[in-house]
Design a protein around this ligand. Structure first.
Ligand code: ATP
Length: 236
């Protein structure tokens, strides 16, 4: 199987703290892969290292066979990796539509209008609020707008950092349903979550991260049935 993303022995440090210690994993085209782990396990750091926002100590990062270490964060984004960071990053003083159109800025293909339709169909809430200022959306709606913006960039690989954080339970269900749908429509997804149950439910495979190291990996169904995962992450 050819891998869309390959991470090989990744090390990342903040001053004297080794936040990521020898992490290796891969994602095949078409998969949803989840990284689960407690606060501070290193999940966000790994996403930032992939998108070039975080300098690394050492390790290989390959996307569609290309060495990411040769690219800037801007080039990585331009070449198909869309990162939705924790804390969202929508423009508060632009409307929903302006936020979405701006995300497609610089695209040279002629499918921006149809992608906009697709995002508004995936997120009926955003369609209803298309003329509302980004800054006046609820937290959950801003989360949806952030994912919508990433889709407008036409990433081949979507990096989602805690998309369910701070959402009411019914919205958590909705956002995971939409993530599944985005994947079914052809986008490969790396999903970082503290909500291990929901993310393993929609992912094909998962990796469990503890203090910067992968301690377990496998098919999602296997991980959901694993006693250690159940005890530490599923509250059984
Ligand atoms: P959470 O689920 O709480 O977001 P996480 O698994 O995403 O956690 P990271 O944010 O990647 O974890 O953090 C990994 C470790 O690196 C933590 O110990 C954190 O305190 C540390 N860390 C993260 N960012 C910085 C920074 N800018 N400077 C110093 N230490 C940092």
């Amino acid at each position: 199987m050819t891998m869309l993303l390959e991470i090989d022995d990744l090390w990342v440090a903040y001053d004297h703290i080794q936040a990521v210690r020898g992490v290796s994993f891969s994602i095949a085209s078409g998969e949803i892969v989840t990284l689960i782990g407690a606060n501070g396990a290193g999940k966000s750091t790994i996403l930032r290292a992939i998108s070039g926002l975080q300098p690394i100590t050492s390790g290989g990062r390959y996307f569609a066979g290309q060495d990411l270490s040769k690219w800037s964060a801007h080039q990585i984004a331009q070449n198909g990796i869309a990162h939705v960071p924790e804390g969202r990053g929508v423009f508060g003083n632009l409307t929903v539509l302006e936020n979405l159109r701006l995300a497609a800025y610089g695209r040279r293909d002629n499918q921006v209008a149809s992608d906009l339709d697709r995002v508004l169909t995936l997120f009926p809430r955003l369609a209803e609020r298309r003329c509302q200022w980004g800054g006046t959306l609820s937290g959950g709606e801003q989360q949806m707008l952030a994912v919508g913006r990433a889709l407008m960039r036409r990433g081949q690989l979507l990096l989602l950092d805690e998309p369910s954080m701070g959402l009411a339970p019914f919205l958590v269900k909705e956002i995971f349903k939409i993530i599944s749908e985005i994947n079914r429509q052809g986008t490969t997804i790396l999903l970082v979550e503290q909500n291990a149950y929901m993310s393993l439910k929609i992912a094909h495979r998962g990796y469990v991260l503890e203090t910067g190291e992968i301690i377990l990996s496998g098919d999602s169904r296997q991980l959901l049935g694993n006693p250690l995962v159940q005890k530490a992450y599923l509250g059984h």
